[in-house]
Design a binder for this molecule. Structure first.
Ligand SMILES: C[S@@+](CC[C@H](N)C(=O)[O-])C[C@H]1O[C@@H](n2cnc3c(N)ncnc32)[C@H](O)[C@@H]1O
Length: 301
């Protein structure tokens, strides 16, 4: 199973989630099931239920339950399985090593594959649609916003000039060619653009917003939501949602006394994101950018 994906921050996730109250623990990003299996082993009073939008992940289920779907639809997925309150939820965002290793899924700029990048291979929109049909200005906006790429305009212009583009390596070459030599930085020049296109194809940020919100809404008191993000766009969404939930009175400052009576719904378990230790990063470079945040439900919904 470790060929499929090596779980990141595994012992930290177990420490934060294993002692939550008995009940259902949702692993919303099941992948190879590394986190889910360790969680199931850590506390026999937890029923671990996985979710993944990639049908390939179900092959790793073993004796665990795995629901197929987008965690953005967490409420519907859990409702249709008869699950109400939960004790905890884990989101380990992004793609798995399996996605990168399988060239035909189109996520890798190193190996030649079709421009696909769908986590759920039954959905219609592919990376080829984005690359070959979006206007230059839409592409530039998308690459700047989702890739935080300062050269977005140049890259979008080069993509439009090179259309039709059919493969991942062809696209990576066009991006590399558009990059001014003086700006070649560490890492592959196509990394940020590939991230941007992947986020757009899979509508990733919207799913994170909806999924994390739904999970928090279902936590029982003492239940915890843990999220591992790999880039600042995801991390910002999680940080803001947790901070909002942990904020106290939100009356306008001009009111002389509190009228909202708001008790924070969440307690921040991690004030700063937890990062992987050096030994883990050495053994698994993917852990370098991982940031884990955890919040706990402080009062009934
Ligand atoms: C980083 S991997 C998780 C690896 C897993 N924690 C493990 O130990 O193997 C992310 C997984 O989440 C899935 N995924 C990403 N976004 C999703 C979404 N919105 N809904 C459901 N699954 C999603 C991907 O298909 C991928 O399998």
């Amino acid at each position: 199973m470790s060929d499929y994906h090596q779980p990141v921050l595994l012992s930290e996730v177990i420490d934060f989630l294993a002692l939550t109250p008995p009940g259902v623990l949702v692993d919303a990003t099941f992948g190879g099931g590394g986190h889910a299996r360790a969680l199931a082993r850590a506390n026999g009073e937890h029923r671990v239920v996985g979710i993944d939008r990639d049908p390939d992940a179900r092959a790793n289920a073993g004796d665990l339950e795995v629901l197929e779907g987008d965690f953005g639809d967490l409420d519907d997925l859990l409702d249709s399985s008869g699950i109400g309150e939960i004790s905890g939820a884990l989101f380990d965002l992004g793609i798995s090593s399996h996605h990168v290793d399988e060239a035909e899924r189109g996520f890798s700029f190193h190996s030649e594959g079709p421009l696909d990048m769908r986590m759920d291979s039954t959905q219609d929109l592919t990376a080829a649609d984005v690359i070959n049909t979006y206007s230059e200005s839409d592409l530039a906006r998308l690459i700047r916003t989702y890739g935080e790429e300062s050269q977005a305009k140049r890259i979008a212009r080069a993509i439009v000039a090179a259309r039709p583009i059919e493969t991942t390596t062809e696209l990576a070459g066009v991006i590399a060619g558009a990059m001014p030599a003086a700006l070649r930085r560490s890492g592959h020049p196509a990394r940020k653009t590939f991230q941007a296109i992947r986020i757009a194809v899979n509508n990733e940020l919207e799913s994170v917003r909806r999924g994390v919100d739904a999970a928090i809404g279902r936590l029982g008191v003492g239940g915890r939501c843990a999220v591992i993000s790999y880039h600042s766009l995801e991390d910002r969404i999680v940080k803001r949602r947790f901070a909002d939930g942990a904020a106290g009175c939100d009356c306008p400052p001009e009111l002389p006394v509190c009228a909202c009576g708001r008790d924070p719904e969440l307690r921040l378990v991690t004030r700063k994101p937890v990062m992987a230790r050096d030994e883990e990063v050495e053994a698994n470079p993917r852990a370098r950018s991982a940031r884990l945040r955890v919040a706990e439900r402080a009062r009934a919904a």
